[in-house]
Design a binder for this molecule. Sequence first.
Ligand code: DON
Length: 313
Amino acid sequence: MSESTMDRLNALLPEWLETSRLHTGQGKVASYIPELFKASQDDLGIHIMDAEGNHVSAGDCGVPFTMQSISKVFTLILALMDHGEEAVFFNVGKEPTGDDYDSMIKLELVEPGIPFNPLINAGAITVSSLVGGDCKEEKSRRILEFFRKLAHNERLGYNEDVYRSESESGHLNRSLAYFLKHNGVIKDDVEDVLAVYFRHCSIEVTCADLARMALVLAYNGTDPITGEELIPRRYVQIAKTFMTTCGMYNASGEFAIEVGLPAKSGVSGGILTLVPGQFGIGVIGPALNRKGNSLAGVHLLERLSKEFDWSFF
Ligand code: DON
């Protein structure tokens, strides 16, 4: 079945991508991290990989981009592997917020002042502080190593310009982190925690890297190409649940209705998604819709999901 789906994807994808690309003009490239604004408004690329390593790709799938919020899924998994569920969820909740991803409001209003979930910025900053390691360099090294393993790509590294740009302009994240420190949620030095967070957001990938990482989630933690178990199944289940309930920010409900797959987007325009037991998918389209997700990327995924009946709902 997977082979014939691949054949159909091969036939459809180039034309469908170009149709979706027509929508990029309606979106906006993120500019609050100045370096991200250098991305091309009209770029759109996709890479879909199956368990045998066969793939179809189309458009600007070779363009490198930073993971941004997509990285939050995998640092959460690493923190869970380091400390277990109890320790992680003592510090971070499990519920969507309905607020913007960088909002502070519920930290102040809702007891006990911990972030609502690990995919909003406050939650991901907290998770960064929980990753095992004696210092920020060690934590960042472990995160990069883990991502390289999942992507099966030893060359993954940082985009230093994006890292610097976010570090210099990240005043709101800084205030979130100091608030968390005040609430006793963050124990480490705030600037060290932020450095770990900004570093993993600046890890540079292509659609193929995202597809390979997603494939591991699609196969419940085992890389189906090498047969290596990389993540305990339980933590994949947790990660996929957060992706479904909060992965597309405040458009997660609509995405669940229209696409019906676990997914995580980032402000660089990347989307990582997966078809359970079938495919890992990476998308890039820097022009964002009003909810902060790749406008043309979501358009393309909606069309694909409907055509191939991928929704798990
Ligand atoms: O912290 C930030 O604002 C960015 N590094 C990541 C934001 C992003 O991709 C959207 N988040 N959910």
